[in-house]
Each structure stands twice: as C-alpha cells, then as structure tokens.
Design a protein around this ligand. Structure first.
Ligand code: BGC
Length: 397
C-alpha cells in the first residue's frame, strides 16, 4: 500500500516537474529512481496523494543559496513535498547561524508539523531544536547532522565513503601501489569545521591516503595536513582560492611540481582550480578532486581543470526524505524496510551517527559515485542534466 501511494506521489511530482512551478520552489525534474518507482505501479485508482498529507505543513531550512547544491536541494524538497500535498515553508539562511535559528523558530510559530534542516552549524541549534522537541515537532537532519537529540532521523549520503572514493581515486589514478621511488606532491583542502560532514570526508580521505603519505609516496610539500589547518570556513570558494594561492606562492614558486590537490568538495575545488590555473608555475596537469557535481565543476572536468567529483544525486536525497517524512507523520514503524518503498540505493544505519554522547541517530545513507570526464555523460541519464550544444552539462530547470 505504502509503495503504491509513494508511486502515485512520485508521478504527481513528475507531473509537477513537467509543468512550471510557482511559489518558493524553483524547478525539479524526473530522475531514474523516481521513474522506475513510478512505473512499478500505476495500475489501480489510488487516492490522490494530497489526501494522505491532510494539509500538513513542512518546514524546509536550507543553509545558503551561495553554494550551488543547496539551491537544488531546496527546490527538489519543496517540489516533492508540495506535489505530495504538503504545504511547505522553504528558507535559506545566508550561512548565518543566528538567522537559521530564527528561520526555524518562525516555522515553529507558523505551526509546521515537521522540520527538515540542513544545518549551517550542527552545534549551535539547541535553542530551536529544544523548542521543536517541546512542540512535539519531529526533525529530520538533512545531509548534515545536528548535535541535538530532538533530531529524529538523519538523511544523507555516506559521508565517510565520499572521502574514501576521493582517496581511492588518487591511489588508482597515480597507481600509487606501483609508484616505486616516485614521489607525488599533494596539497589538501578540507571543508567547513562547523559542518559535521567535513570531518567524515576528511577522515575517509586520510584513512586511504595516510599509508602513502607515511611511505613518502605522497608528499604534502606545505606540511599542512591536519584538519584545522586545511579546513575552509563556510566551504567558501574565495577562501579556498586565497589559501591555495598562498600555498602555491610559498611552496611551489620555485618550480616544485604539484601533482594532486585533494579537495573535499566542488565549491572548494573551484577556488583551488582557479588558483592552480592562474598561479601555478608548472605545466603538468594537477589532479583535483571534488564532490557534488556542481555545474561549474562539471564544466571544469570537461575542460580538464578538475579531474573528478563524487556525485551525489540530491533529487534522490529529497525522495528519501519525503518517504521518511510521510512515514513519521503517518506514525508508521520506521526501519530498514522503508528503503523498499523508495527503491533507491541506500543503507539504514543505526550505529554511525550520534546526536549526543551515546545517543545514536537512525540514518538513511545514500550511495555516492565517482564522475570523471569518461562517464560524465551518464549524468544525463538521471534526467537532472542535459548536454548543451557547447559540450557542457546544464542542470535541467
Ligand atoms: C555537503 C556537501 C557540500 C558541502 C558544501 C556538505 O555538508 O554534504 O555535499 O559540498 O556541504 O555545501
């Protein structure tokens, strides 16, 4: 029953995606998983999806519009929930933690039945999270965990795996296991320390690469390896650019060859790629990693300026979130079997994440994948991108 209802909702979402959208959402599109799920059952006359939601209201709090992916997340979530018959309130908080707390307090005052929050800072949400708990409003931590037990569930990608995919890509591309005496020079740029994910990405990367650093096969010329030193406040492209320029000026201006710049995500990779393009004296191409599949970075991959990105299908993340929210609001039992209803590659993990010491947060973790120039066109199959005449992928509007 649940599976059929979800399918109807997904069809509604797809229909809405094909027509112009108003309100606070921008636009969305179909993607493989939703298409498959929808195709599975269109056989009988289910009730309209909107009747199940009973006019409930969902607050969607996104961190900022200045980083590309959150615009997509916000739009997909807004559209998924509206298409399923929910009223939505969508806010972006300009990467300002106080504003996000305010935005959430306003949602609670507005009587939302459920909150979906991608936190700017997972540690500074106690005021509004406690208020949500007092009001009995369930909270789904979206993509980034919040350190407060008011959080009922966490939906994200497997953050640690994102880091290991980046590390393994470097190992395989440079064939580090057969490097012999060759030494590859590397620099590292990590994410925002306020974002709980950033440490997971970094740890995944380092766990794969540390043995090669210890063996001297990978040499971080600047010596800057610890998370706090290589972190990037707010995941800012400009901050990453500035630090990369400083590192290049201080350690590579003498002609030292740079082989790899490990970047935790696309917004930082954008800054690093810019610095390498304008400030690096060498003529070799530098392997640069990323994460997300932002349009500008996909263009850089086509141009050979960035080497790979760990792609996260955030449309699927919004589908998983809708499914979970419906189960919560309908008082259903939530466990691994929920995954069957949305048919997206995802793990139910009750061990890896804690909202406070010892308090595990049940998590639905989607699976990221590696995109390079060789398989970039596969993104078109998701329905979320189209290939432009200029050879660059564009997000479908
Ligand atoms: C997300 C990444 C994103 C970064 C900056 C992280 O929390 O998981 O996908 O690149 O924030 O927006």
């Amino acid at each position: 029953m649940k599976r059929k209802l979800l399918s109807v909702m997904l069809i509604a979402a797809m229909t809405a995606a094909l027509t112009a959208c108003g309100g606070s959402s921008s636009s969305s599109s179909t993607e493989e998983a939703s298409t498959e799920a929808a195709e599975e059952s269109t056989d009988d006359g289910e009730e309209a999806a909107s009747t199940e939601s009973g006019g409930q209201k969902v607050g969607i709090s996104m961190p900022t519009q200045s980083l590309e992916r959150w615009n997509r997340d916000g739009a997909y979530l807004d559209e998924q929930f509206q298409s399923a018959g929910y009223e939505t309130v969508l806010t972006y908080s300009d990467n300002d933690t106080e504003q996000q707390v305010n935005d959430i307090q306003n949602m609670l005052a507005d009587g939302v039945d459920l909150l979906i929050v991608a936190a700017i800072d997972g540690e500074t949400m106690n005021t509004c999270m406690n208020e949500a708990a007092e009001a009995g409003v369930p909270v789904i931590a979206y993509d980034r965990l919040i350190m407060n037990d008011a959080v009922s569930y966490y939906v994200s990608f497997d953050n640690y795996t994102v880091g290991t995919l980046q590390g393994q890509f470097i190992v395989e591309t440079l064939d580090l296991d057969n490097a012999g005496d060759t030494v590859y020079n590397m620099e590292i740029t990590a994410g925002d320390p306020a974002d709980n994910n950033a440490g997971y990405f970094y740890q995944g990367e380092i766990d794969v690469l540390q043995p090669y650093m210890d063996a001297g096969t990978l040499n971080v010329v600047s010596g800057q390896t610890d998370f706090d030193t290589v972190a990037t406040d707010g995941w800012s492209t400009d901050t990453a650019l500035e630090r990369a320029q400083n590192v290049l000026a201080s350690y590579y201006a003498d002609g030292t060859q740079l082989d790899v710049w490990l970047c935790s995500n696309d917004s930082t990779a954008l800054g690093v790629a810019q610095a390498v393009t304008s400030d690096y004296a060498g003529s070799n191409s530098v392997l640069i990693t990323g994460q997300d599949g932002d349009e500008a970075n996909l263009a850089n991959i086509v141009d050979g300026v960035q080497t790979m990105t760990v792609y996260k299908n955030v449309s699927n993340e919004s589908i998983v979130t809708l499914s979970l929210a419906q189960a919560i609001l309908n008082g259903e039992t939530i466990d691994e079997s929920l995954i069957d209803s949305f048919g997206i590659d995802c793990a139910y993990d009750t061990e890896s994440y804690e909202t406070s010491d010892g308090n595990k947060c049940p998590s639905f973790l989607l699976v990221p994948s590696v995109i390079t120039v060789d398989n970039l066109e596969e993104l078109v199959d998701t329905g979320l991108y189209e290939m432009g005449d200029d050879g660059y992928l564009k997000a479908v509007q």
